[in-house]
Write a protein that binds this ligand. Structure first.
Ligand code: ZN
Length: 84
């Protein structure tokens, strides 16, 4: 399918790589983003980048974490303090 914009085409191509998303849904999502405020798309793009670049696995227990050592492993007592 030919789109009137190379940027729409590229966005559809990338969104359609996500599991369960076909090109028709990808186009619908891309057109939705075009109708919303620019700040919403910037926020979505930022969240996706942060997810991919900043989320890691705890080097001790291999659970998902924002830090090298997760909060559970970082607490030597093995308990999270309720008001820490
Ligand atoms: Zn851990």
């Amino acid at each position: 399918m030919q789109y009137p914009s190379q940027y729409i085409e590229k966005a559809v191509e990338e969104i359609a790589k996500l599991p369960g998303i076909g090109r028709k849904t990808a186009l619908r999502l891309a057109l939705h983003l075009l109708r919303r405020e620019e700040s919403e798309t910037e926020s979505l793009a930022g969240a996706l980048l942060d997810l991919r670049l900043k989320t890691r696995y705890c080097s001790n227990c291999h659970n998902l974490s924002d830090t090298e050592i997760c909060a559970i492993c970082a607490n030597p007592a093995g308990m999270l303090l309720p008001f820490a």
